[in-house]
Design a protein around this ligand. Structure first.
Ligand SMILES: [Cu+2]
Length: 396
């Protein structure tokens, strides 16, 4: 007896069978569309595009928390993006009365965030010192550089992330060209070798680079995400030595500071943890703003220590906990991870006006130290989302 004969004897069976087959086909079709629609297979024409054919553009880097002007979706085939970073050794007051000799890419801690698209090339000119056209003014108390520096790009592919190919002495420059094969936000940092690696990193020698997918960001359904603003938060742990009388120790230059700082680093407990180089950088010095209805992309890096970001009063609507956009983002998170030597990316669309704090939800890091930023949001309050339906009154 075949299924047709079975159906003739019992028409209900045939209907059930056909419905079952339709459901099975539709179910697998939906699953296939879902998978194909989310993971974008690389386009061989783009992957095999040659560097010699790439349009050459120069990107003017800016100091964080801001990003250089950029397209969210790549226009045309891969480009070669020229950037320049000057390394500055400088003394900076990271908290009232607390001074650290920093190594700062482009005179900024964290260093600037270059923005490229996946499969673009980055052509970096790295300068140990400052020369004409640097685009920034040095601190009054900066002195000429005394140490060797370089850069290791976590976004790059090749030995030491380019660290061996970029080692330069004070007064030297070098050019490194590499291709951005992975999308995401990636740490870069100075890595001269041995204990110099953590020393240069915890004195500010780090930043992050954004590699956008060519088609732009996608949410968990595969639909495009377009942000109205993007902020780069670079979290920094410091290990400042003290004098015998308990006051913070101050040194003469970047080399002179190292011995005592390494002893504090050996204890693994930071004396200071801040966003963007110094206490109050993103709560007082720089005012971050947004409007109700705007989507904000928050990019967070920590080159040496874990962090656990949280947006008070909002959420990570979509979060890439490792900051890598070819992984489907998590939805509606309250707090998430930044691993040492890593990043996280999150988007939030603001629905209410007010003051929002984006902070490390290890609250000691946020409030005893200063790992926090404020975002001032303007717009109309929505009572449906929140309302004080009874004001404070005396207990009866
Ligand atoms: Cu260095």
């Amino acid at each position: 007896m075949n299924w047709l004969q079975l159906g003739i004897r019992n028409p209900g069976n045939v209907l059930g069978f056909i419905l079952g087959v339709i459901c099975l086909v539709m179910g697998s079709a939906i699953a296939a569309a879902d998978e194909m629609g989310w993971k974008m297979p690389p386009d061989p024409e783009i992957v095999n595009f040659q560097r010699a054919d790439a349009e050459v553009v120069t990107q003017k880097l800016v100091a964080p928390p801001f990003l250089p002007a950029h397209e969210q979706v790549a226009d045309g085939p891969p480009k070669l993006v020229k950037i320049r970073m000057d390394i500055v050794e400088r003394e900076s007051e990271i908290a009232p009365g607390v001074f650290v000799w920093q190594m700062a890419f482009n005179n900024s801690v964290p260093g600037p965030m270059p923005v490229v698209h996946q499969y673009d090339w980055v052509e970096l000119t790295l300068i140990n010192g400052t020369s004409k056209g640097a685009g920034f003014t040095l601190n009054a108390n900066s002195s000429p550089n005394v140490m060797l520096h370089n850069v290791d790009f976590h976004a790059s592919t090749g030995a030491m992330g380019g660290g061996n190919l970029t080692k330069i002495l004070p007064g030297q420059k070098v050019v490194l060209t590499w291709r951005a094969m992975k999308s995401g936000v990636f740490v870069y940092h100075c890595a001269p070798g041995g204990v110099m690696v953590p020393y240069h990193v915890v004195t500010g020698g780090n930043g992050a680079l954004l590699v956008l997918p060519r088609e732009g960001l996608r949410d968990g359904y595969g639909d495009p995400i377009r942000y109205d603003r993007a902020f780069y938060i670079g979290e920094q742990d410091y290990y400042v030595p003290k004098n015998p009388d308990g006051t913070w120790k101050r040194s003469n230059n970047f080399a002179d500071q190292m011995g005592d700082m390494l002893k504090v680093m050996d204890g693994l407990v930071p004396t200071h943890v801040v966003f963007n180089g110094k206490t109050g950088a993103l709560t007082a010095d720089i005012r971050l703003e947004a409007k109700v209805g705007e989507t904000v992309l928050l990019l967070h890096s920590q080159a040496n220590y874990p962090s656990w970001p949280h947006l008070i009063g909002g959420h990570g609507d979509w979060v890439w906990p490792y900051g890598k956009f070819n992984n489907r983002p998590d939805e509606g998170l309250e707090s998430w991870n930044v691993v040492p030597g890593g990043t996280a990316a999150a988007v939030h669309t603001f629905h209410q006006p007010g003051l929002y704090a984006y902070l490390n939800h290890n609250l000691i890091m946020a409030f005893v130290k200063d790992a926090k930023a404020y975002i001032h949001v303007e717009g109309e309050w929505n009572d449906e989302l929140m309302e004080q339906t009874t004001p404070p009154t005396a207990i009866e």
